[in-house]
Every structure is written in structure tokens, then in C-alpha cells.
Design a protein around this ligand. Structure first.
Ligand code: APR
Length: 248
């Protein structure tokens, strides 16, 4: 692994336009569970039963009680970890331009990244299903479920449920950023959910280097990634940054 850390530091030193694609794995060190794998949310729930827009429309109180309330409790108090902070440092160094994230926890912005494309929306806000008024999630009173807007409408997360479209501007900007970059860091994603998992392919097509950081292999590892650094995002980012400082 030491050799790969050195290689990644060298590749980052040589790169001018770095983009990161991140997934739930980068936030596990902040105490937010992933979706798949051991301890993942989809081990407990069938996503189609609980995270599909049809399930929410059919019974919003059930989805609030089983999923959204728990997410609110976790996300309200989560703080960025060394993985998020490492990506923010790469931006400060002038290397990293954009983070494309599938996460809805807002931790990249909290760490200091300024150009974050939220592929699946975000959980910082709840939106009234009737009048579209937004409320900060932290301020939403959940003594009554489902919580309601002043107009009486039901509040829903301002995030993308299964069965909903990816926001058009997020899709368009992500494609653009992926196609323009010369190095993509793919951090903490199982890379099985489309269209986010296509972004490394767009980057590869235009000649970018693809570096994965993940304790496990993914469908990208063999054919798309140049190499996988097997490890936890926070630890790996710290080691890369340590190595990178003398190199730039
Ligand atoms: N550091 C880096 N990677 C990690 C860590 C860690 N500390 N811990 C776990 N991982 C890896 C896992 O090995 C796995 O490959 O993170 C990945 C998490 O995968 P998923 O839970 O599938 O998360 P993600 O890829 O973001 O899922 C995509 O699926 O259910 C939907 O909308 C949800 O945005 C989500 C999308």
C-alpha cells in the first residue's frame, strides 16, 4: 500500500484538474452508516419499500418513522472526518476543483469544499409537498410525524428518492466536470448506482487517471480504475497528503 500512496501523491502532484466522486463510504468515519455491505442501511430495509418515492407517497408517516427520523438524528450531529477534510485540503492546494457526491449529508461543504455537486440532492432541507416552502432540517419539529408546513402540507427531504429523476443541472455539471478532469478520485462508493457510477467512465474516456480509495473492490476496480488503494478514506487521505506536501 505504501507504494500506491506514493504513486497517488505523485499523480496528484502532476494533475491540474482533480475531481472527486464520493459515496457513503467517505462518511462512515463520521458515524453515518453506508447503504450496502456490513452494517448497511439496506441490510435492515428493502430500499424499494422504504426509500422509493411511491412508498413515501403511499405512507409518508411510515417512511418518516422508519428512515427519515433516524437519518435526521444522525445527520444533524455528524461532523466531517479526515476523508472530507483531505478533499478540502486538496482544493486549498489548488488541485481539486469539484466534488461530485452521492451523499446527502452536507459534510463536504462543512469541511470547506466550495464546488460540491449533490447528485442525490441534500438532507439539509425539507420541502413542503404542497407549496415547496423549504425548512432547515435541523429546525424541523418532529414531535408530530409526518412534520408539516405552515400551509398544512407534508414535509419531505429535499433529496432524491429511488424512482425520482437526478436533478438536471447536477447531471449536466457532473458529466462536464468528469469529462474535463485529468484525475478522478473515486472515494467510498460501491459504484453500483447509475448514473453516478458512469462518471468515472466519462473521465476515463477523455484520458483521466482514475484512483479508487475503498476497503473493497468495486465493479470499477479491474477495468476502469488505474489502481485501488485499499483502505479507509480518512486514513488513506491523511497518508496521501503527508506524502504530497514535499512533492508540490
Ligand atoms: N472509506 C472508504 N470507503 C468505505 C469506507 C471507508 N471508511 N467504509 C465503507 N466504504 C465503502 C464500501 O466498501 C462500499 O464500496 O463505501 C462503499 C459504500 O457503498 P454504498 O453503501 O453502496 O454507498 P454509495 O455507493 O454511496 O451508494 C450509492 O445508493 O442507495 C443509494 O442513494 C443511495 O447515494 C446512495 C447510492
Amino acid at each position: 500500500m505504501d507504494d500506491l500512496i506514493k504513486q497517488a501523491a505523485g499523480d496528484l502532484a502532476a494533475a491540474c484538474n482533480v475531481v472527486a466522486l464520493t459515496g457513503a463510504g467517505i462518511s462512515t468515519e463520521s458515524g453515518i452508516p453506508p447503504f450496502r455491505g456490513k452494517g448497511g442501511l439496506w441490510e435492515k430495509f428493502d430500499p424499494m419499500e422504504i426509500a422509493h418515492i411511491d412508498a413515501f407517497m403511499k405512507d409518508p408517516a411510515r417512511v418518516w418513522n422508519l428512515l427519515v427520523k433516524e437519518m435526521k438524528a444522525i445527520v444533524d450531529t455528524a461532523r466531517p472526518n479526515d476523508g472530507h477534510k483531505g478533499l478540502a485540503k486538496l482544493e486549498q492546494m489548488g488541485k481539486l476543483k469539484t466534488v461530485i457526491t452521492q451523499n446527502i449529508d452536507g459534510l463536504h461543504q462543512a469541511a470547506g469544499n466550495t464546488d460540491v455537486i449533490e447528485f442525490h440532492g441534500n438532507f439539509a432541507w425539507q420541502r413542503c409537498m404542497d407549496c415547496s416552502q423549504k425548512y432547515e432540517t435541523r429546525q424541523v419539529d418532529i414531535s408530530q410525524i409526518p412534520p408539516r408546513c405552515r400551509c398544512g402540507g407534508i414535509l419531505r427531504p429535499d433529496a432524491v428518492f429511488f424512482g425520482e429523476m437526478i436533478p438536471q443541472d447536477a447531471m449536466w455539471r457532473s458529466k462536464q466536470a468528469a469529462s474535463d478532469c485529468d484525475l478522478m478520485l473515486v472515494v467510498g462508493t460501491s459504484a453500483v448506482v447509475q448514473p453516478a457510477a458512469l462518471m468515472p467512465l466519462f473521465a476515463k474516456e477523455t484520458g483521466a487517471k482514475i484512483i479508487e480509495i475503498n476497503p473493497e473492490e468495486t465493479p470499477l476496480t479491474v477495468e476502469v480504475s488505474d489502481y485501488l488503494i485499499k483502505g479507509r478514506a480518512g486514513e488513506v487521505m491523511n497518508q496521501i497528503l503527508q506524502e504530497l506536501k514535499p512533492a508540490i
